[in-house]
Design a protein around this ligand. Structure first.
Ligand SMILES: [Zn+2]
Length: 281
């Protein structure tokens, strides 16, 4: 598989104060994969297109509010990287991409946000993919907090499948006719999480492109309400690789603040997509 990582040093320098300390350790832990040329590194950039897609995805009042915070530029740079990864995957220059970010995206709705999120990177990537003629997109969100912002922006489109694993009872919305699913697994350990993942991955789905929102705040040593081990993240990646074989796979970093968790989980996940054969579970 052709695997790419999108990373900018500003994510650790200018990123959200809770999220930024894990970025550089997570990236540095990839040095062996980079040295052995198993993954290619790309540097995101802001251009006219990223600004246009931002206006297409969020209300102008929301953008104005974010512009008054210190995080507008790093949030836009994060989303730009996700869009640039989506483009390379869409034209099959890459088969798998992992995007580092300086802020998160899945709590950013059309005209509101919370929880270290500013611009919805996945929704901006979806708008980019639609412009390339790719409309059937599956989003699997395994950050332990609910992807309410993504649902707010994309939930009305039945061509977008949104499978949202989380522990937030008050945000457990579902609308199966529009392919919106909420799986409440508050306090999940490895077994509960992987069983819940298998329950959906073993079904038949009609999609062309997969986006995974990966928060390592679901690790037992990080701040979310799942209690997963690094091995569970690896097993999740093994399942995704098999599930979406032959389709473009875009992983977007989400919550998580513990530097050593990032340095364990991120390479464990990416390594799966650089191995030629599937690992035996
Ligand atoms: Zn989270």
């Amino acid at each position: 598989m052709k695997a790419g990582v999108f990373y900018h040093p500003d994510f650790s320098k200018k990123g959200h104060i809770t999220l930024r300390h894990r970025v550089e350790p997570g990236f540095n832990a990839l040095h062996k994969l980079i040295q052995s040329k198993k993954i290619q590194v790309f540097t995101p950039y802001i251009d006219e297109e990223s600004n246009q897609l931002l206006l297409q995805t969020h209300h102008k009042e929301h953008i104005a509010r974010v512009q008054s915070t210190p995080y507008h530029e790093v949030a836009l740079l994060s989303a730009a990287g996700v869009m640039q990864a989506a483009q390379k995957l869409a034209c099959r220059e890459l088969d798998f991409a992992f995007c580092f970010v300086g802020s998160a995206g899945h709590h950013a709705g059309y005209n509101y946000t919370w929880g270290f999120c500013y611009y919805n990177d996945a929704a901006m990537a979806v708008n980019k993919l639609r412009s390339l003629g790719i409309g059937k997109i599956m989003i699997i969100d395994v950050d332990p907090h609910s992807g309410d912002g993504t649902r707010d922006i994309l939930g009305k489109d039945p061509a977008i499948i949104h499978i949202n694993y989380h522990g937030d009872e008050e945000y457990n919305y579902a609308d199966h006719e529009r392919q919106n699913f909420g799986i409440l697994i508050d306090g999940a350990d490895d077994k509960v999480f992987l069983q819940a993942v298998d329950g959906y991955l073993q079904q038949q789905w009609d999609y062309e492109f997969l986006i995974v929102i990966l928060g390592h705040d679901g690790h037992g040593q990080d701040y979310g309400d799942f209690y997963l081990s690094t091995a569970a993240y690896r097993q999740f990646a093994v399942r995704i690789k098999e599930f979406a074989a032959g389709k473009p796979m875009l992983f977007v970093l989400s919550g998580g603040s513990n530097p050593w968790v990032a340095a364990e989980v991120i390479p464990a996940v990416i390594e799966v997509f650089t191995e030629s054969a599937l690992a035996v579970p």
